[in-house]
Design a protein around this ligand. Structure first.
Ligand code: PMP
Length: 440
């Protein structure tokens, strides 16, 4: 940053250099210094920077019209993007509603669920069960679903009565159960919570299929996913997958849900869906949920910029690139390469207690002691230090304090899906260097 005060503020004052340009997996600041975008921003830039197809498609749309309000005109980019999204998501998810970001997508999913329940004579259902830790956004509704107390408490009370249930952080469990049994154990916690809340008051359960900012790429045991689907069906609870971070190919499938053959009732997407070219997100749902709402007078919801033709032209080009360049398959392949490299870190650095992830959404976690998994963060402020050491060396990684905000340090490594094996090597060399400096 400069010496002068800035008129701009976000969460904090921003000491970072000015961004000049991006190219593929790299970003350059104004001094010409190059950075590997090891977290795709905040898991956003899935197809890398300055993609020529996306830029060309956006420029062509700009020459025609950048905005036409959706209630005044249909547009080809929005219709085409909706059709392509429906084609790329599991069968049955074929109605698409556009938004401009992840929090908006989560809010939209919950409001659609609520209106659907009303059309079914189930007005008593309003509670949305979510998990802790979790992150679902910063608007009041999405924040109230977020299982992260330090972000929520200053704003309480928000929506009343939203129960939480533990996310399966099985790497912290010290029991004699098999992974399968652990998955089922955590799923049963959801069943208990539904019964406790009163099944006829529970509208939906919302979960990140692979944890993101909150839990650091936490994947549940395979048995968890199917059992959660069954439990939701048993009680008529709608299953909402928050795929804001995992969607659009990040985990090696278009939706993470596909890894377990799950069809959620509503899916929220953003981040990689616009891939940094446009603020864009969507909810995708089956006709059986959307049509009754439209028949009953319409969805009482919508954001002014939603589905604008410029954003949708970007989104359409992003999905075309994913498909034609085989980037989702590349995410699966390179995810395996990256995971092997991260496992190697555990051998070299005793303060790395766990590595995990799916596809190119991966993470490692710092601990003071591997046998107890006691976190390292509170003692050493490790979280900020490693991020800075990597940044100085030209690698951007993403970190959050975790475990419900009490402790823990995880670092997300989630490069653009275009990354090559050689570039993973380049990224790991910088990471090793930063970890060596941290260990000193
Ligand atoms: N859900 C998940 C799973 C996310 O990771 C995020 C963003 N980190 C959001 C919702 C909120 O998205 P946005 O910041 O675009 O509102």
């Amino acid at each position: 940053m400069t010496d002068e005060a800035s008129h701009l503020f976000y969460q904090t004052r921003n000491p970072r250099p000015f961004l000049e340009r991006g190219e593929g997996i790299y970003l350059f600041d104004e001094s010409g210094k190059r950075y590997i975008d090891g977290s795709s921003g905040a898991m956003v830039s899935n197809i890398g920077h300055s993609n020529p197809r996306v830029l060309a498609k956006m420029k062509a749309q700009m020459d025609k019209a950048t905005f036409g309000y959706r209630l005044h005109f249909r547009t080809h980019p929005s219709e085409d993007l909706a059709a392509k999204t429906a084609a790329m998501t599991p069968e049955g998810l074929d109605r698409v509603f556009f938004v401009s970001g992840g929090s908006e997508a989560v809010e939209s999913a919950v409001k659609l669920a609520r209106q659907y329940a009303l059309t079914q004579g189930q007005g008593s259902r309003y509670k949305v069960i979510s998990r802790f830790p979790s992150y679902h956004g910063c608007t009041f509704g999405a924040l109230d679903l977020t299982g992260y107390d330090p972000l929520r408490e200053p704003f309480a009370p928000m929506m009343e009565g939203m129960p939480k249930v533990a996310a399966p952080a099985t790497y912290l469990d010290r029991d004699n159960l098999s992974e399968d049994e652990r998955g089922l154990k955590y799923a049963e916690l959801l069943r208990d919570r539904i019964i406790e809340a009163g099944p006829d008051t529970v509208l939906a359960f919302v979960m990140e299929p692979v944890g993101g900012a909150s839990t650091g790429a936490l994947v549940a045991p395979d048995s968890y996913y199917g059992r959660v689907r069954e439990i939701c069906d048993e009680f008529g609870v709608l299953l909402i997958y928050d795929e804001v971070m995992t969607g659009a190919g990040r985990t090696g499938k278009f939706l993470a849900a596909e890894h377990w053959g799950i069809t959620p009732d509503i899916v929220a997407m953003s981040k990689g869906f616009g891939a940094g070219y446009a603020p864009l997100g969507a909810i995708v749902a089956p006709a059986r949920i959307v049509e009754p709402v439209l028949d009953a007078g319409g969805f009482l919801h919508g954001f002014t910029y939603a589905g604008n033709p410029l954003a949708c032209s970007a989104g359409l080009a992003v999905l075309e690139e994913l498909e034609e360049q085989g980037l989702i398959e590349n995410a699966a392949r390179m995810g395996d390469v990256l995971m092997d490299e991260l496992r190697g870190l555990m051998e070299r650095y005793p303060f790395i207690g766990d590595v995990r992830g799916k596809g190119l959404l991966t993470a490692f976690e710092f601990v003071a002691d591997r046998s107890t998994m006691e976190p390292l963060a509170p003692k050493l402020n490790a979280y900020d230090r490693l991020v800075e050491l990597a940044y100085e060396r030209g690698l951007i990684i993403y970190s959050r304090r975790t475990r419900g905000g009490t402790a823990g340090d995880h670092f997300l490594i989630a490069p653009p899906l275009i990354i090559t094996r050689e570039q993973i090597g380049e990224m790991m060399a910088i990471l090793h260097d930063a970890l060596d400096a941290f260990a000193e």
